[in-house]
Design a binder for this molecule. Structure first.
Ligand SMILES: Nc1ncnc2c1ncn2[C@@H]1O[C@H](COP(=O)(O)OP(=O)(O)OP(=O)(O)O)[C@@H](O)[C@H]1O
Length: 281
């Protein structure tokens, strides 16, 4: 497995037509240790996906560098597997074929099949290898997508709100699944989420990002043992601490975007009730 070093990374999007530019964040400095599970948490628009895409090599940093195991990221690579919110499976292929297709360039057909079956077993989909995507639930599709990323044997797994589109029950099942996978494989995982509770359940560290100026506001160590339960005292305390720190960031965004329509009372209620940030911005 590999560590990820994000060294003084900044990102500015240029709009050439309108001759304007927008700086999402500047000077992000973050070292993720080998085998560590780190969440990126923050309000909508703070640049979580942008940062993850830079690590994935799908987007370029405007300043700074990203190293994965001491190799500088220049573009996408097999050392980094990415899981997005939508599984994006090929509908005309079976589950097994979908996973095999992703790794066919890297392995012989026989080896690809063996690996695909192995990783589909890891995500508890052995019974569904011959099913087609339309026969699967949203949660099952995401498990195929995780198996597909893992079958490449990446050093780092990058997950961008992988459970964001799923219902609460499925999400909770997949939390257990992802913890199991992480324990079994020892992968380094960077996980983007809006959800404070999700980040505490899963992570070794939570990186809180803010907006205007964008960047890291705080880093929390989640030192208590797994499996974690939201009802536990330490869990609830950390949840409260993080949500309070974020309230200011969210208010900033809402004030800017809603102007006179903004009522801070309303915002505070919205966010303290379910700890899910950004959905209402
Ligand atoms: N290709 C692009 N061109 C211009 N601006 C962009 C581009 N991609 C993202 N942005 C802007 O960069 C900012 C950060 O976007 P990003 O999607 O990384 O945020 P986020 O924290 O992941 O948000 P969310 O939680 O809503 O997905 C946003 O203001 C967005 O509009």
């Amino acid at each position: 497995m590999s560590e990820v070093k994000i060294n003084h990374v900044g990102k500015t999007f240029e709009n050439k037509q309108e001759q304007t530019s927008y700086t999402v964040f500047e000077d992000i400095d973050l070292h993720v240790k080998s085998g560590e599970f780190v969440s990126l948490l923050g309000p909508s628009g703070c640049g979580k996906s942008t940062l993850l895409n830079i690590v994935a090599g799908l987007d370029k940093a405007s300043t700074g560098t990203v190293l994965v195991g001491n190799r500088e990221v220049q573009g996408p690579g097999v050392d980094r597997g990415v899981v997005f919110q939508e599984a994006a499976l090929m509908p005309w292929m079976t589950v097994l074929e979908n996973v095999m297709f992703a790794i066919k360039k890297r392995y012989s057909k026989e080896e690809a099949k063996k690996r695909a079956i192995e990783y589909l077993k890891l995500v508890h989909l052995s019974k569904f290898i011959d099913s087609y995507p339309h026969e699967l639930s949203g949660g099952m599709k995401q498990r195929v997508s995780i198996a597909r990323a893992l079958a490449m044997d990446p050093e780092v797994l990058l997950m961008d709100e992988p459970f964001g589109a799923l219902d609460e029950q499925t999400r909770s099942m997949l939390h257990k699944e992802v913890q199991y996978i992480w324990e079994q494989t020892g992968k380094t995982i960077i996980f983007v989420t809006h959800n404070i509770r999700e980040s505490i359940l899963l992570s070794d560290r939570i990186v809180l990002m803010g907006v205007r100026p964008g960047g890291i506001i705080n880093i929390f160590d989640v030192a208590f043992p797994r499996p974690r339960k939201p009802a536990d005292k330490e869990f609830a305390q950390l949840e409260e601490e993080i949500s309070q720190q974020l309230a200011g960031e969210i208010e900033k965004v809402m004030k800017e975007e809603m102007g006179d329509d903004y009522h801070s009372q309303k915002a505070t209620l919205l966010y303290s009730s379910h700890r899910n940030m950004g959905d209402h911005i």
